[in-house]
Design a protein around this ligand. Structure first.
Ligand code: PLP
Length: 395
């Protein structure tokens, strides 16, 4: 839209001071962007009353629909009782209860919960813990300080998360700031980096991934992976068995496994965690997005007792995990997360998924025949449609 006078008051004022994420602001000025004023169930509603289906769940966060009364009520009750109090030197019930609940639903053995407030922060926490674990374990392995990750990986936008990321389009400009990582090819069947075809390939990509880990095992602190589905990199669905192979080679090579469940967690792929689909238990797990049902920023990094144990010692031992944020474990966000988990139980959210997934899969199938649909990839309710100019050439 070129005529700025036709904009609503809020839309016009947006251009005066707001800087939007991942947005070329010069292009933004030409856009006729919606001003969202309300959320209701699956819908977002703009100031003109138009309804939009929130198909990206407001960046994969909203789990039970917008404005679920149970979460709204929990937020309001907690805000009135205790709005914020630091976890540095103090504690509060909501943080404790949520840690218990997360430990109870996490893959078995992930019993320690460290809070932060975004997916990227939860990843940074996992990276720092993995690094420090190698330094503080017995015997220490300080030379194990590198990370391996997949090409096309997306783990967030802070410097550590970008370093382990693999999307050149987003990350190239920051290259001089990043630390060195080892990369394995993404298990991207539609455009196999090895020119193979699934399933005849017999998971050749997993063989190659294992070789990368074995080659560099002495330097590797951890393998970080988006389990089952690489999201922002293009909804790249790993063939079944790939994740299990990552766990196996990490065990064999004494490398920690960090599962970044920021996008896949809280039922998105049909199970509470994507790792469950392959019976994999990581050493560290990052969770965010759906943790509050899409209402407030909260994240958690979960760790095993084995990892946690290496951080114990007296104050002088300097084994402390030196990390924290002002809003770490904010009570209102924790209360929203507790209500989110209550809804999972009361509404049997996971049990009711298969029917929805069937409908979704059926509808996606109908799109396969369209000329510009190259590939449709789906795990549970997480799906991507790869659009192409020419399906034959995959261009
Ligand atoms: N990890 C994964 C797998 C993600 O998909 C994202 C965000 O899309 C992040 C980390 C970063 O989360 P946040 O945007 O909350 O920092």
């Amino acid at each position: 839209m070129n005529d700025r006078r036709r904009r609503s008051d809020i839309a016009a004022r947006d251009l005066e001071h707001l800087w939007h994420p991942f947005t070329q602001m010069l292009e933004w000025e030409k856009e006729d962007f919606p001003v969202i004023v309300r959320g209701e169930g699956v819908h977002l509603i703009d100031e003109a009353g138009r309804r939009y289906i929130d198909g990206v769940s407001s960046l994969w966060c909203v789990v039970h629909g917008h404005g679920h009364p149970k979460i709204v009520e929990a937020i309001s009750r907690q805000a009135a009782a205790l709005d914020h109090s630091t976890l540095l030197g103090l504690t509060h019930p909501a943080a404790v209860q949520l840690a218990e609940r997360l430990a109870a639903i996490a893959p078995e053995g992930l019993t320690r919960v460290f809070y932060s407030d975004s997916g990227a922060a939860a990843v940074e926490v996992a990276l720092k813990i993995a690094f420090q674990y190698q330094v503080q374990r017995t015997p220490p392995r300080p030379e194990k300080r590198r990370f391996i990750s997949l090409r096309e990986a997306y783990h967030g936008d802070t410097i550590g998360a970008v370093s382990v990321g693999g999307i050149d389009l987003f990350h190239e400009v920051y290259r001089p700031l990043l630390f060195d990582t080892v990369k394995a090819e993404a298990p991207y069947c539609y455009r196999c980096p090895f020119g193979k075809t699934y399933p005849a390939c017999d998971l050749f990509c997993a063989d190659e991934m294992e070789a990368r880990v074995r080659d560099r095992a002495d330097e590797l602190a951890a393998f970080i992976i988006e389990p089952v589905m690489q999201g922002a990199g293009g909804m790249i669905a790993a063939p079944e068995g790939f994740l299990k192979r990552v766990r196996k080679v990490c065990d064999e090579c004494d490398v920690l496994l960090i599962a970044d469940e920021v996008a896949t967690g809280f039922g998105r792929t049909g199970t509470m965690w994507a790792c469950e689909r392959e019976g994999v238990v990581p050493d560290l797990m990052a969770a965010a997005k759906g943790i509050t049902g899409g209402t407030l920023p909260l994240a958690a990094t979960l760790a095993t007792e084995e990892v946690y144990g290496t951080f114990l010692g007296d104050a002088a031992s300097m084994r402390t995990f030196f990390h924290g944020h002002t809003y770490t474990g904010n009570p209102i966000a924790c209360a929203a997360a507790l209500a989110n988990l209550d809804i999972f139980e009361e509404e049997r959210t996971l049990d009711r998924l298969p029917g929805k997934i069937d409908i979704f899969a059926g509808e996606l199938d109908r799109m396969k025949a369209r000329p510009h649909v190259g590939d449709i990839r789906r795990r549970g309710l997480m799906a991507g449609i790869e659009l192409v100019l020419d399906a034959e050439a995959k261009a």
